[in-house]
Design a protein around this ligand. Structure first.
Ligand SMILES: [Zn+2]
Length: 192
């Protein structure tokens, strides 16, 4: 039986994923090819899950008065292309052809401004808790189709902490890179 992907990339959209538009994006610089996938974690408030606050934050609709922590991020305009919730649900906020605002000051293999040429994937999580298996499985599905759609990203997967080591710690010590790479490899084998 031929394996059929759950998701497909078409015109910068991840078909099969929920779409929520974020206003926090701009154009990639001209002639920039997508050549890196960056993995992050985020939770709002920190280390608490659910509630829909990340989705509101990426849409500039977060009510800063709901939690004291939110005051510290008031007015910040950020986004990621993809958010993977604890349930494994995948939400796309920014078209892959556009430049999402996830990496900040950053550098990968000597090339600065990773937002220009990367795709940002946020996992709902924190530096102090394990991720859910559904999140690894969803990430595998997404990365697999992204690597097909944007072949230059092959072999170029980084954590936020790898590209901004002075400022960032995510996806954190609980993100199991080895397990993720094994799952990704296995998924690619079954679909060949
Ligand atoms: Zn990050």
């Amino acid at each position: 039986m031929r394996y059929i992907d759950k998701f497909q990339v078409s015109a910068g959209q991840l078909l099969g994923a929920k779409q929520i538009a974020s206003p926090n994006f701009n154009q990639r610089p001209e002639d920039t090819e997508i050549q890196l996938i960056v993995v992050h974690n985020i939770s709002l408030p920190p280390s608490q899950f659910g509630g829909g606050y990340i989705e509101q934050f990426f849409q500039n609709q977060l009510d800063w008065d709901v939690h004291p922590y939110f005051k510290s991020i008031e007015g910040m305009q950020v986004s990621a292309h993809i958010l993977i919730l604890r349930t494994g649900e995948i939400i796309q906020f920014v078209n892959f052809n556009d430049r999402a605002w996830h990496a900040g000051r950053s550098s990968y293999l000597g090339q600065k401004e990773c937002n220009d040429y990367s795709i940002g994937i946020e996992l709902e999580g924190s530096d102090d808790q394990d991720f859910e298996d559904q999140q690894y499985q969803a990430l595998v599905e997404v990365v697999k189709v992204l690597q097909q759609a944007y072949p230059k990203t092959q072999g170029h997967l980084a954590g936020h902490s790898d590209i901004a080591p002075q400022r960032k710690t995510d996806p954190g010590p609980h993100f199991d890179w080895q397990y993720f790479r094994e799952q990704l490899h296995a998924k690619k084998q079954t679909s060949e």
